[in-house]
Design a protein around this ligand. Structure first.
Ligand code: COA
Length: 180
């Protein structure tokens, strides 16, 4: 699945890990060929997942958007895919975290997991992978935007040390900030 490695692909960031319950997962940087995998995953998200991840609605992930999301430069932007680790050739996408620089030392983080993979520590694992990359790449501040009623992301952000604050102009949203 999606094995072609583009120039600049940081293969050293590929990682086999385990959830707290022992379930093996494989985490690796995204590749351009993963765009169809993104569409496959998007079709499996619940309406609430889409609402929370995209801060509102998104009817479908077009080919154009999926290709853009799968093509990162590994410097200003990176995304890590989590795949179920059932052995080579038997991996399925189960989650993704994305980190995008908005300024040289500031980046925004966003993540989403497929149903069945929540509340098992995978969100924290992916977020920590992205924060580790941020630290190693000169990023000093990471922020996230989330809907007020997104209890899972609020809890995860607080556990990771983010400071949560209201946004006066956007009452439905919370902003989370972390100094690295
Ligand atoms: C937000 C999200 C990534 C969290 O991932 P997760 O793997 O479920 O989180 P974790 O299992 O690592 O949990 C981290 C902590 O948050 C808590 N938590 C997670 N979801 C929760 C929920 N719905 N309600 C209350 N607490 C929750 C966990 O219990 C855990 O706390 P603990 O360590 O004290 O047990 C996941 O729920 C998701 O994909 N949501 C939809 C998309 C989304 O909201 N993205 C965020 C946009 S930035």
């Amino acid at each position: 699945m999606s094995e072609a490695r583009p120039a600049g692909y940081p293969a050293e960031l590929e990682e086999h890990a385990r959830l707290a319950d022992g379930t093996p997962v494989f985490i690796r940087p995204i590749r351009p060929a993963d765009w169809r995998l993104l569409q496959w995953g998007f079709r499996r998200l619940t309406a609430e997942d889409i609402h929370f991840r995209f801060l509102g609605g998104l009817a479908r992930l077009t080919d154009e958007t999926a290709k853009r999301l799968a093509s990162v430069d590994y410097r200003h932007e990176i995304a890590f895919l989590a795949l179920s680790d059932d052995g080579p050739g038997r991996r399925r996408g189960i989650g993704i975290v994305r980190l995008m620089r908005s300024e040289p030392e500031t980046a925004e983080i966003a993540l989403v997991l497929l149903p069945g993979w929540k509340r098992r520590g995978l969100g924290r694992l992916l977020a920590e992978k992205a924060l580790g990359w941020a630290r190693a790449h000169g990023i000093r501040r990471v922020m996230a935007l989330m809907l007020q009623d997104n209890l899972g992301m609020r809890r995860l952000a607080a556990e990771l040390g983010f400071h949560l604050s209201r946004m006066p102009d956007e009452p439905a949203l919370l902003r989370a900030d972390l100094e690295l």
